[in-house]
Design a binder for this molecule. Structure first.
Ligand SMILES: [Fe+2]
Length: 139
C-alpha cells in the first residue's frame, strides 16, 4: 500500500489541478519508498527531495497564476499560505543538500499539510476557477 492514498474527495474537478496534486502525492510516495530501500540511498533520497520540493513550488506558481487570471478574491491569503509552506519545504531541501537526514520529518510535514490544504484552502477557489473555465471554454 502506498504511503499516501489518493481519495475521491480530493478531486477538485479541475483536471489540470487534480493532475498536479496527484503528481505531488506520487512524489511523496516515491520519497517514502526510497527512504525504506535497503543500502546506501542517500543520493536517491536527496534527489527525490529536490524533485518533490521543486515540483510543489512550481505547482504553487501555476495555481497562483490561474487564480489571478480567474480573478479569485482570496488570492492574497492563498498565496500567503503557499509562501509560508514553500519556505518550510525549501529549508528542508537546503538541509538535505547539506547532508542532513530530513526525509521522515519532511514526509510527516507533507502528510499533515497537503490533504488539509486541498480540502480546506484549495476547495474555496473551485467555484471561481470553474466559472472562469466555463466562460473561457477551458478544461
Ligand atoms: Fe493551493
Amino acid at each position: 500500500m502506498a504511503y499516501l492514498e489518493w481519495q475521491e474527495k480530493l478531486n477538485t474537478g479541475i483536471d489540470v489541478i487534480d493532475g498536479q496534486h496527484q503528481r505531488i502525492v506520487s512524489y511523496i510516495n516515491q520519497l517514502h519508498k526510497v527512504c525504506h530501500t535497503q543500502g546506501d540511498n542517500t543520493s536517491k533520497v536527496t534527489n527525490t527531495i529536490i524533485e518533490l520540493v521543486d515540483y510543489t513550488i512550481s505547482h504553487f506558481a501555476f495555481e497562483e497564476a490561474l487564480l489571478q487570471e480567474a480573478g479569485y478574491s482570496k488570492m492574497k491569503e492563498h498565496s500567503k499560505n503557499h509562501i509560508e509552506f514553500s519556505n518550510k519545504i525549501f529549508d528542508y531541501k537546503d538541509r538535505s543538500a547539506k547532508g542532513e537526514d530530513v526525509a521522515q520529518s519532511l514526509l510527516d510535514l507533507l502528510h499533515d499539510w497537503l490533504f488539509g490544504h486541498i480540502l480546506n484552502e484549495d476547495a474555496l477557489y473551485v467555484p471561481t476557477v470553474s466559472r472562469y473555465f466555463v466562460r473561457n471554454h477551458k478544461n
